[in-house]
Design a protein around this ligand. Structure first.
Ligand code: NAG
Ligand code: NAG
Ligand code: NAG
Ligand code: NAG
Ligand code: NAG
Ligand code: NAG
Length: 412
């Protein structure tokens, strides 16, 4: 398996397409389109099982090359794993629009189309490209480019065309590709920290390896896992603060960067909202908010907003993305002061743990605390937890959130 950083030619094209599609609301539904054609039902079923349907729905200017149930049965007879099926089917999604007319009028009679398989970074060399060539008698041949021009399938018919959003065509056979068909390692054999280390997240990976949190990550691989790893320079700069956390705080911080669900970039782009993490326990604890911002996907906590900067791995059931900031959970880090001018001196916060727990009182809504982002953290609840959890490193462990911060200040 060859993993590539985001910025290869293919993914530049991908980002471009995502950029275009991110500004649109969903305009087509591949599942619904194929449902009208019972002879393509197996193909349709596997698009759903592999989560490719969701990714297809997120894109525009694409072509889906469907095959009939007989052709799918031939493929399934080899008993490929669901991950291998995903690779094979993603080779059948072309990242360009080819309606029947364009297929028969290709400039110079031949073209290479990049595919969704090429865009995953799993494909190496030319293996993610499909050769489309006009043949004699109005036929159009299709072949995986890695097979040196062997055009093993041909155009059967147009299924549905929504110019220039999506073209669904039927081709005669599954395109054979040794690369796509290669057995993918079972997800539990994935070396998460190895992948991260090799692609710019070495510091985070090594910190994870030295922690109990690594087991939590590993235990979640089979059921689905999305990792947001801070880039090396970012996590390195954060290490002094990390070392200041309690042992429990360290584990929580690391687990906060994992989400126990597989989320492709396409899914993240279509889902704004609160996301639970591996550190989440109960409601509204150690979660963050995914918010799409133009072409960027950002992850917001009370104390920071990080941006996804790259994809290290995106293969069901595991995705690993790089981010440009360390995610700071509100449970461990106070929010950045919303009003810089009257910002409280840090010393006051550091003194706070000396304040006896008894002195806590109902937090009158502080002016700066007009938001209600932490509904489950009733002030009392937060104060109890803080008093129980922290052992001195208040700047990071003690002040569980902005509300609590004000509670401490007001109780003095
Ligand atoms: C095609 O996608 C565009 C956005 O790219 C959308 O505005 C339009 O409605 C879609 N067309 C159809 C026919 O669905
Ligand atoms: C697409 O259509 C299918 C079948 O009609 C439906 O179950 C599914 O929810 C739709 N997906 C979206 C994202 O609308
Ligand atoms: C078509 O062929 C001509 C001459 O070989 C070449 O210059 C041109 O770039 C080709 N066009 C495309 C789109 O491949
Ligand atoms: C596609 O394959 C054919 C041989 O079947 C070859 O002649 C053609 O050059 C290939 N097209 C491209 C764009 O590589
Ligand atoms: C995972 O990768 C790391 C770094 O490449 C390596 O040190 C470690 O031995 C690997 N672990 C396994 C279980 O292969
Ligand atoms: C770590 O905590 C100590 C004591 O609270 C504080 O003085 C120091 O500045 C902190 N270090 C960092 C890097 O935040």
């Amino acid at each position: 398996m060859k993993l590539r950083p985001e910025n290869t030619a293919g993914t530049v094209l991908l980002s471009l397409l995502l950029l275009i599609s991110s500004t649109t609301t969903q305009s087509h539904n591949i599942t619904r389109i194929l449902a009208k054609h019972p002879e393509l039902s197996t193909f349709n079923h596997y698009l759903t099982l592999t989560h490719l349907a969701a990714e297809i729905n997120q894109r525009t200017t694409i072509t889906v090359c469907a095959v009939d149930n007989a052709a799918m049965n031939e493929l399934l007879a080899k008993k490929p794993s669901i991950y291998t099926i995903k690779n094979i089917l993603s080779l059948h999604v072309l990242l360009d629009y080819f309606g029947a007319k364009k297929l028969h009028q290709i400039t110079n009679g031949t073209a290479l189309a990049a595919t969704m398989f090429q865009a995953t970074g799993t494909a190496s060399g030319s293996s993610g490209f499909v050769n489309i060539t006009d043949l004699k008698g109005g036929k159009v041949g299709f072949g995986a480019e890695e097979n040196d021009g062997v055009l093993s399938a041909s155009f059967v018919k147009s299924v549905e065309e929504i110019p220039y959003n999506i073209s669904v065509i039927q081709i005669s056979k599954v395109l054979p590709s040794n690369v796509a068909e290669a057995p993918t390692p079972g997800p539990s054999q994935l070396n998460l920290t190895g992948i991260m280390s090799a692609h710019g997240c070495k510091v985070f990976a090594e910190t994870l390896l030295a922690s109990d949190a690594e087991k939590t990550y590993d235990d979640n691989i089979d059921g689905g896992l999305t990792v947001f790893c801070p880039e090396d320079d970012v996590f390195k700069a954060f290490l002094p603060k990390f070392k200041n956390l309690t042992a429990a705080g360290k584990t929580a911080l690391l687990e906060y960067h994992g989400v126990p669900v597989y989320q492709s970039l396409a899914t993240l782009k279509s889902n704004n909202g609160v996301m639970n993490t591996l550190a989440t326990e109960g409601a509204n604890k150690y979660d963050f908010t995914v918010q799409n911002d133009g072409e960027d996907v950002t992850l917001k906590t009370k104390a920071t907003t990080a941006k996804i900067t790259g994809t290290l791995l995106d293969e069901q059931p595991v995705a690993i993305f790089t981010i440009d900031k360390v995610l700071l959970p509100r449970e461990l880090f106070k929010a950045e002061a919303p009003n810089p001018a009257p910002a409280p001196a840090p010393e006051e916060a550091a003194d706070a743990p000396a304040t006896p727990k008894k002195k806590k009182k109902k937090a009158a809504p502080a002016p700066e605390d007009g938001d209600s982002d932490a509904p489950a953290d009733s002030p009392d609840d937060a104060a109890d937890q803080t008093a129980d959890d922290n052992n001195g490193a208040v700047r990071f462990d003690g002040v569980r959130n902005w509300r609590k911060y004000w509670l401490l200040r007001w109780s003095k």
